[in-house]
Design a protein around this ligand. Structure first.
Ligand code: GUN
Length: 287
């Protein structure tokens, strides 16, 4: 059996077309959606991601700006930037690109990010939006998990009643992903670095979401024949090649459907960021 390759670029362009229609309607009401991306430091991968976000925002008619802060920034600088953007009427969505420089530890980073106005939290990281997801109420959902759900839907993968395994428990991918799958009536297991018998857990899954951050970690014999495999990983190997968390070539021989890296989940993350920004702008238009 050879898996169907899920074309994230094609599906993302469909999402952007949908977003573009809504952006045009908003423009007629005098509202141009605005996105502010805060980029602290000079992490090379983050530079590339942020440039792509700006470019794609421009394509659908969203007004994107990037605020660059130095690697050595003081936490107060970041807080002040967030407060200014919270108060800026033209900014509908605020995204602080992660990771933050190393001198800002995880707890401090979370406390700063929590100062983003939940109504502008297009990353879906504010506890209010995370709580809304848990409660099944409308709110902002992190872009990558939303994108993964759309990939499953467009590939006619049924979630209801089926076993899904999410590998990774981050606040930005693993946890929201598990809740979206649960809301779609899947039976969900969250695995992580301390999970025992990980390969056995993965082998039970009809739907596998790999978000571990380890290159080609998931092997062919971990995958149930016919399973849908969504690879969130983006890892650069020693020879400069981009690979996912799944050993693509061998897993594609057994899976039913699989996303490539690049060209799978990555473009969807950006498309759903634009979707979230447009939602935020629609709320402004209705005020
Ligand atoms: N860094 C890598 N992916 C993401 C993302 O989705 N949001 C933010 N804020 N930073 C990231």
């Amino acid at each position: 059996m050879t898996a169907v390759k899920i074309d994230g670029r094609l599906i993302a362009s469909k999402v952007r077309d949908e977003v573009n229609v809504r952006v045009q309607a908003l423009s007629k009401q005098g509202v141009v959606p605005g996105l502010a991306v805060v980029l602290a430091g000079d992490d090379p991968a983050s530079q590339v991601y942020v440039r792509n976000k700006e470019r794609m925002a421009g394509r659908v008619g969203i007004n994107a700006q990037t605020i660059r802060l130095p690697e050595t920034l003081e936490p107060s600088q970041l807080r002040e930037t967030i407060h200014r953007l919270n108060a800026d009427e033209a900014v509908d969505g605020i995204l602080v690109q992660l990771p933050l420089p190393g001198h800002i530890d995880a707890a401090l980073a979370t406390s700063i990010l929590n100062e983003i106005d939940p109504a502008k939290d297009v990353d879906g990281l504010h506890p209010l939006n995370l709580g809304r997801l848990l409660a099944g109420e409308p709110g902002f959902v992190a872009c990558t998990p939303s994108g993964c759900m759309r990939l499953l839907k467009e590939s006619d993968v049924i979630c209801r009643g089926r076993r899904a395994v999410v590998i990774g428990r981050s606040t930005i991918v693993g946890k929201p992903m598990a809740h979206l799958l649960l809301a779609a009536d899947a039976t969900v297991t969250i695995c992580h670095s301390r999970t025992q018998d990980l390969a056995d857990r993965v082998r039970e899954a009809d739907i596998i979401i790999a978000a571990v951050g380890r290159p080609e970690f998931i092997k062919r014999d971990w995958v149930k024949p016919g399973a849908a495999v969504i690879d969130v990983g983006i890892n650069r190997t020693a020879d400069g090649k981009l690979v996912g968390d799944v050993a693509y070539d061998e897993v594609a021989e057994v899976a039913g459907a699989i996303t490539p890296v690049p060209g799978g989940v990555g473009p969807m993350t950006i498309a759903y960021l634009l979707d979230n920004v447009t939602r935020a702008a629609a709320r402004r238009a209705n005020r």
